[in-house]
Design a protein around this ligand. Structure first.
Ligand code: KIV
Ligand code: ZN
Length: 514
């Protein structure tokens, strides 16, 4: 019997700390439900003390999720722990994750606390968290740069105080695999009560080593890995869930552990997270990138056709890519549409949602001959179709034209808080003219920080997915839009980002306020 490796997903907390990845309560609920389907053991839903919005999001996730443990993050201070405790109260199973820094640089320069004070505070925080739940996780922040003797001391005290999981964060992504693996080995061997807690790895990807470090930790006794979909997260991101899970599954000869992840839900979850956060997945991203299972070279194609395993170490179907990619067209009925979506793990809460999605499918099928699974996923997870109720702005129509040697022209009609307004503009290209026309109506005063386009499938009639990142007064948001026409996709992404900027509940960087 293999040991169980606990998969702790922090897409909704550390993932949300990526610039512009802030999520609304509704968006967090949608992702949390999908994470539950993916069968993650624990969902870290947010940092309840960071803002009222985050508190409500954790509370809402705790109320809807039944099969996964729901966790709230808290610094080792009274208010954070009480807020986290209140936020997870309705969960079937709830966890508080409390942390305090233990590296010399953090203790001295950030906390201005002595090592003795840090141990004392950690012990106090864990005991306080135990007033709310028996499931308490403790993280010595910046453990990757902490002194081993001190780490042993603080962790032993933490376990004595009632911490049931000890998470070792490489907060700044400084460690390398051998070193990080050895750290786990040393901690587990040296700490007398280490058998009373599960040891966990939490890695950041600053040197591109987050997954390798996490796997090294597993090889050396870690039985929980903290990760995010698509490796989303603070700075260069966190350990990518899909990569760790598939490495463990594919290399069972190396790892003495197993997860309970339903790997066929990986792609759907990855796409949902990308669509909601506006962080598109690079084509060559392992497991979930568009090219992850595409063989370009003739030699490889020939090999795969003769015997799949010549060049493939995993089955694309096992992570949710479909073998039968061309699924539907304009003659497909509502039932076939619904069935295919169900096969892709997408269900609708109401008949109305299904009908709306089917209408969008029909519109797409009029413009695009062959509809692939990726198109369907993009169609139903497109933010523009989900956030309508709370939105201030909606794109009603767009007319754009260009002629060689002339400035491009765009004419836009927007719905703005109940009324329709139109404006036109010229610009350096169709997208530029469109954005200028929209901005002349909204007057957002935002700065465009990033604009990117990628195609969901192949061909000139493929759906284009566009990301727009806007900044205003230090707040950064990402908007996403998809359409077979990239100018329209761009306009949708821009309006989506403007709605997020206008949404009071989409807060600043979650840790900025604490
Ligand atoms: O990276 C980190 O140290 C964290 C802690 C809060 C666990 O995210
Ligand atoms: Zn982190």
């Amino acid at each position: 019997m293999k040991d169980h490796l606990v998969i702790f997903d922090t897409t909704l907390r550390d993932g949300e700390q990526s610039p512009g990845a802030s999520m609304t309560k509704e968006e967090k609920i949608r992702i949390a439900k999908q994470l539950e389907k993916l069968r993650v053991d624990i969902i870290e839903a947010g940092f309840p003390a960071a803002s009222q919005g985050d508190f409500e999001s954790v509370q809402a996730v705790a109320s809807v999720v039944k099969d996964s443990i729901v966790c709230g993050l808290a610094r080792a201070v009274e208010n954070d722990i009480v807020r986290a405790g209140e936020a997870i109260k309705t969960a079937n199973a709830g966890r508080i994750h409390t942390f305090i820094a233990t590296s010399p640089i953090h203790m001295e320069k950030k906390l201005r606390m002595s090592p003795e004070q840090v141990v004392e505070r950690a012990v106090w925080a864990i005991k306080r968290a135990r007033d709310f739940t028996d499931d308490v996780e403790f993280s010595p922040e910046d453990a990757g740069r902490s002194e081993l003797d001190f780490l042993c001391r603080v962790i032993e005290a933490a376990i004595d105080a009632g911490a049931t999981t000890i998470n070792i964060p490489d907060t700044v992504g400084y460690n390398v695999p051998n070193q990080f693996g050895n750290l786990f080995k040393a901690l587990i061997e040296r700490i007398p009560n280490s058998d009373k807690a599960i040891f966990s790895a939490h890695c950041h990807n600053d040197l591109g080593l987050a997954v390798a470090n996490s796997l090294a930790a597993v090889r050396n006794g870690a039985r929980q890995v903290e990760c995010t979909l698509n490796g989303l997260g603070e700075r260069a991101g966190n350990t990518a869930l899909e990569e760790v899970v598939m490495a463990i599954k594919t290399r069972q000869d190396i790892f003495a552990v197993d997860t309970r992840i339903n790997t066929q839900e990986i792609l759907a979850t990855s796409r949902l997270v990308a669509n909601i956060t506006g962080f598109a997945v690079q084509p060559n991203k392992a497991i979930v990138g568009a090219n992850a299972f595409a063989h370009e070279s003739g030699i490889h194609q020939d090999g795969v056709l003769k015997h799949r395993e010549t060049y493939e170490i995993m089955r694309a179907e096992d992570v949710g890519w479909s073998t039968n990619k061309m699924v539907m067209g304009k003659h497909s009925g509502r039932n076939a549409f619904k069935t295919r979506l169900e096969e892709l793990g997408i269900e609708f809460e109401t008949e109305q949602e299904l009908n709306d999605a089917f209408m969008r499918f029909k519109e797409l099928a009029d413009r695009k001959h062959e509809i692939y699974d990726e198109d369907l996923q993009s169609l139903v997870t497109d933010n523009n179709n989900q956030r309508v109720e709370n939105d201030c702005y909606r794109l009603i129509s767009l007319k754009a034209s260009m002629e060689t040697g002339e400035p491009s022209q765009a004419e836009v009609t927007l719905w703005i808080e109940g009324k329709e307004f139109s404006a036109s503009s010229d610009g350096g290209g169709l997208v530029d003219a469109t954005f200028k026309a929209i901005e002349s109506l909204v007057k957002s005063g935002t700065t465009l920080e990033l604009y990117s386009v990628s195609n969901v499938t192949n061909g000139t009639d493929a759906l284009g997915e566009t990301t727009v990142r806007l900044e205003k007064g230090g707040r950064i948001v990402n908007g996403m839009g998809s359409d077979t026409d990239i100018v329209l996709a761009s306009a949708k992404a821009y309006v989506n980002a403007l709605n997020k900027i206008a949404d009071e509940l989409v807060k600043n960087h979650p840790q900025a306020s604490v």
